[in-house]
Design a protein around this ligand. Structure first.
Ligand code: NI
Length: 207
């Protein structure tokens, strides 16, 4: 092999490796999006500090939720299907767990802070288990949290004639965090009641 040929060969190798790692990154993020949440290899990175306000308008941070296992669900009050369904199911599961549910904290974090101010969150949550705490904040505060939690959020404009309104695509999984705010698992959208309740019970007992 001449030096020139060797150089070309090395360049091709570099390009191939770069292409391969790009493909891995792309397929990784596509897989995460499909799964709703980072795969098991990303577990350690899910979660982190946040500072927001609750549905009473009181400032809260991650520190307020330490010491007890916490269930986080990200959504928005204008959501037509996934959010009301999930919050309704969560309410039923808490009921089913009985006294064990009191060991859990359940949090609904808006991904639409512009529209979901504390009053709106409070009004919306009246339809669900009263233990569910609503969290909102500035758009920056919320996007910092959703970023750290690997929550997929995408604002989608609605058709004209619907008043320039928008909807928000978002991760539909429920996040389970232990009492030290370490990632414990997820409940998928549409997961069977038995399975979801078993996970919540494990979280309440071990978290
Ligand atoms: Ni939703």
């Amino acid at each position: 092999m001449t030096v020139r040929k060797l150089r070309v060969f090395l360049w091709l190798a570099v390009v191939a490796v770069a292409g391969l790692s790009l493909a891995l990154v792309v397929s990784d993020s596509a897989r995460e999006r499909l799964a709703g949440v980072g795969g098991s290899e990303g577990v350690a990175a899910i979660g982190g500090p946040f500072s927001l306000v609750d549905h009473q308008g009181e400032p809260v941070s991650h520190a307020d939720f330490l010491g007890r296992p916490t269930v986080y669900f990200f959504g928005f009050t204008h959501c037509p299907d996934v959010c009301p369904t999930t919050l309704h199911e969560l309410s039923a599961w808490l009921q089913e767990l009985g006294p064990e549910a009191d060991r859990l904290q359940v949090v609904f974090v808006t991904v639409d802070p512009e529209r979901d101010r504390p009053e709106e969150m409070a009004r919306y949550l009246q339809a669900f288990d009263e233990r569910i705490v609503g969290l909102t904040g500035s758009p920056e505060q919320v996007s910092e949290m959703t970023g750290n939690w690997r929550v997929y959020v995408r604002k989608v404009p609605l058709d004209e004639g619907e008043g320039g309104d928008y909807t928000v695509d978002h991760t539909a999984s429920v996040y389970l965090m232990d009492s030290e705010s370490r990632f414990f698992g997820t409940i998928a959208f549409g997961e069977a009641d038995d399975s979801a309740i078993a996970k919540l019970r494990r979280l309440a007992q071990e978290g």
